[in-house]
Design a protein around this ligand. Structure first.
Ligand code: AMP
Ligand code: MN
Ligand code: MN
Ligand code: MN
Length: 293
C-alpha cells in the first residue's frame, strides 16, 4: 500500500476535528488522547476560524501522544456564490502574518455575525440571545452551536437539532453568512502561509453536481489543492463518488471525521485510508510537507 507510513498495515488519519477552542466538547489535549486511543497516526485539529487550540497543544509539553504526527490546522468560514463554504487549512505556519491577519478578519466577522444573529432572534421573541450565546461560548470562537445551546437552556427549543431546524440552519433566519471572506481570499491566506487548502465536506452544501464542480474549479484556481472524500458519517457509496470526483478534478483526497463530541450517532475519530480506492492521490503528512517545501 503506497500510502502507508511503513508499508505495514493500515494507516489511520484524521484531518478534520474540533475542540472546545471552537464548537467541540473536548479540550485539545483530551481530543488528542482520544484520537490516539482510536489509533490515529496523523492528526489535525481544525477548529472554526482559529488556531488557538493547536497553539495551546504546541506549547503544552507532552500533549502529543507518542507515535502521532500532529499537523497545524483550521477550518475557515468563507462565501462562494451565496453558499457558505468551509475550507480546511493544513500544515500552515500559524505565525505567518497573512494568516494571522486573515484569522483576525474572521474573528471580527464572527463577533459581528453573532450580533446580527442575536438581533434576529430577539425580534422573534428571544431576548438576551447575545449575552446568552457569549456565555455559552466562553473563550471559544463563538458560533451558531452556542446560540443553540442557549436556546435549549432557555427552553425555546427542545434540543440543538431543533434550534438548527427552526432558527439557525441553512436558509433560516439565524443563518447569517454575509460577513465571511470569499472562498478565494481565505484559500489564499492558507496558501500564503505555506499550507494546503482542502475543500471541506463537499456534500454538505447540497449543491447540484454542476455547481459543485464550478466551486471546486474556482477553489483550485485560488490555490486549493485537495477536497475531503470522507468527512464523518457518510455511506461507502458517497465516499466512492467523492473519490471519483477528486480524481476527475485533479485534487488530492483528504479524510477527516469532523468530530465535535461523542454523540450517539456522531462520527468516530479516525479513518482507515486503506479503505479508499487505489487511484486517489491521498493527502498525507508526508505529501503536505512536500507541498510546503
Ligand atoms: P457556525 O460555525 O457558527 O457557522 O456553525 C456551524 C456549526 O454548527 C457546524 O460546524 C456544526 O458544528 C454545527 N451544526 C450545523 N448544523 C447543525 C445541526 N443541524 N445540529 C447541530 N449542530 C449543527
Ligand atoms: Mn462545528
Ligand atoms: Mn464545516
Ligand atoms: Mn468542521
Amino acid at each position: 500500500m503506497w500510502w502507508s507510513l511503513d508499508n505495514a498495515g493500515p494507516m489511520i488519519i484524521d484531518f478534520h476535528t474540533h475542540s472546545h477552542a471552537s464548537d467541540g466538547a473536548l479540550a485539545p489535549r483530551e481530543l488528542l488522547q482520544e484520537a490516539a486511543a482510536a489509533g490515529v497516526q496523523q492528526f489535525a485539529l481544525t477548529d472554526h476560524d482559529t488556531v488557538a487550540g493547536y497553539r495551546a497543544l504546541v506549547e503544552d509539553d507532552g500533549a502529543v501522544p507518542a507515535g502521532m504526527q500532529l499537523l497545524a490546522g483550521t477550518e475557515l468560514s468563507t462565501l462562494w456564490s451565496g453558499v457558505g463554504i468551509h475550507v480546511v487549512g493544513l500544515g500552515m505556519d500559524i505565525d505567518h502574518p497573512v494568516l494571522r491577519a486573515g484569522l483576525d478578519v474572521l474573528d471580527a466577522a464572527r463577533r459581528e455575525r453573532a450580533g446580527l444573529i442575536a438581533a434576529r432572534l430577539e425580534r422573534l421573541g428571544m431576548p438576551g440571545a447575545l449575552a446568552g450565546a457569549q456565555a455559552a461560548a466562553g473563550v471559544s470562537q463563538i458560533g451558531r452551536p452556542h446560540f443553540a445551546a442557549w436556546m435549549v437552556a432557555q427552553g425555546h427549543v427542545k434540543d440543538a437539532n431543533q434550534a438548527f431546524d427552526k432558527y439557525l440552519g441553512a436558509g433560516k433566519t439565524g443563518d447569517v453568512k454575509t460577513c465571511w471572506p470569499s472562498l478565494a481570499e481565505a484559500t489564499g491566506w492558507i496558501v500564503a502561509a505555506g499550507g494546503t487548502a482542502v475543500l471541506a465536506h463537499p456534500l454538505k452544501y447540497r449543491m447540484t453536481r454542476a455547481k459543485l464542480k464550478r466551486c471546486l474549479k474556482d477553489f483550485a484556481s485560488a490555490g486549493g489543492s485537495a477536497m475531503e472524500v470522507y468527512s464523518g458519517r457518510q455511506t461507502e457509496e458517497q465516499t466512492r463518488d467523492l473519490c471519483k470526483l477528486a480524481v476527475a478534478q485533479g485534487l488530492l483526497a483528504s479524510v477527516g471525521s469532523d468530530f465535535h463530541a461523542h454523540w450517539d450517532y456522531g462520527p468516530r475519530l479516525g479513518f482507515d485510508v486503506s479503505r479508499l480506492p487505489a487511484d486517489v492521490v491521498l493527502l498525507t503528512a508526508e505529501r503536505l510537507g512536500r507541498q510546503a517545501a
